[in-house]
Design a protein around this ligand. Structure first.
Ligand SMILES: Nc1ncnc2c1ncn2[C@@H]1O[C@H](COP(=O)(O)OP(=O)(O)O)[C@@H](O)[C@H]1O
Ligand SMILES: [Mg+2]
Length: 296
């Protein structure tokens, strides 16, 4: 590694595993894009912010939508404005440069300092999108025919690409990336993450809420499993609502924060109803904090 300052060692607001930290540093050292996959809420977007914070670099975020085209990331030529100016304005319309607007990739390449470029949720776009960017991401350079200009990165940006795995990405694209999968945090990791957001949370409240949270995530047929951010919000609601830890498991207050679909709320109610019926006969059933960390 050329520069010690460029070694990522996590940041105080973001909990990172050693493996993820290594993947980040390998991607930085090899100057390859880091592709992060994982279900929603596993901290993919936040990782880019954490790297930017830790290395003191600017973060440029390109949010990908289903309609996003690769070209928009390079530059757009505002022909509509030029036409407007030619009729009503007093700009020199022969100066095409003023109608060229750099996209996020263009901005990252032409930044004076090395920046972090986050291409967020690349799997939202169509199949051609990743392939269309291969050359530019390899070369960190592109040509603007309208102005005969070459935009080349003086400092190759650190590129972080995230995917919720909605679609498979093309092989040629995968080959060029360092890949890392963020697994959903286990309870011990989740506790650390919660500690960042809610330091000093009452132990019993945390245990009961975590028990319920993982129980709900483990119910088969839940369509939209609650994620880390929902657990963080739920804990906040429980604290603000002054809910007693003893009531959490039985009453599951503010369930709408964890489950956003009516079908999922129904599935949960069915599950609770059925398991309560069975538990009377099941001698292995334990309630309360003793079930913590078990069965996940
Ligand atoms: N490792 C982590 N450390 C701290 N907070 C985290 C972590 N992972 C997730 N979070 C919390 O969960 C929220 C969702 O994370 P986000 O990066 O948006 O997930 P994703 O992009 O994978 O959907 C964040 O805003 C943060 O509050
Ligand atoms: Mg995200």
């Amino acid at each position: 590694m050329k520069d010690n300052k460029q070694k990522y060692q996590g940041s105080n607001k973001y909990i990172v595993s050693d493996e993820l930290m290594n993947s980040v540093n390998i991607a930085i050292a090899l100057e390859k894009p880091l592709l992060i996959k994982g279900e929603p809420g596993t901290g993919k977007t936040m990782l880019a912010q954490s790297i930017a914070d830790a290395l003191g670099m600017e973060l440029i975020i390109w949010n990908i939508k289903s309609t996003t085209k690769a070209q928009e990331g390079l530059y757009v030529y505002d022909t509509v404005q030029r036409l407007y100016d030619s009729q009503f304005g007093d700009n020199d319309v022969a100066n095409i440069k003023q109608y060229i607007k750099l996209g996020k990739l263009g901005a990252a390449f032409s930044a004076r300092e090395k920046v972090i470029l986050l291409i967020d949720e690349i799997d939202k776009a169509d199949m051609e999108f990743p392939n269309d960017l291969l050359w530019e991401l390899d070369q960190m350079s592109f040509y603007i025919p309208e102005t005969k200009e070459q935009v080349s990165a003086v400092n190759r940006p650190i590129v972080i690409i995230t995917s919720n795995a909605e679609k498979e990405l093309p092989d040629a694209f995968l080959r060029r990336c360092i890949f890392h999968y963020i697994a959903f945090p286990d309870p011990a990791e989740m506790e650390k993450i919660i500690g960042v957001h809610h330091p000093g949370l009452e132990r019993k409240l945390l245990e009961q809420a975590m028990d319920s949270f993982y129980m709900i995530r483990n119910i088969p047929n839940i369509q939209k499993k609650p994620s880390t951010s929902e657990l963080i919000d739920w804990l906040q609601a429980l604290v603000i609502g002054g809910i007693s830890p003893n009531k959490i498991k039985n009453e599951l207050p503010f369930m709408g924060i964890l489950l956003k679909k009516n079908e999922d709320l129904d599935t949960l109610l069915n599950q609770l109803y059925n398991s309560k019926g069975q538990n009377k006969k099941n001698p292995n059933y334990k309630s309360g904090a003793s079930t913590y960390y078990s069965g996940y």
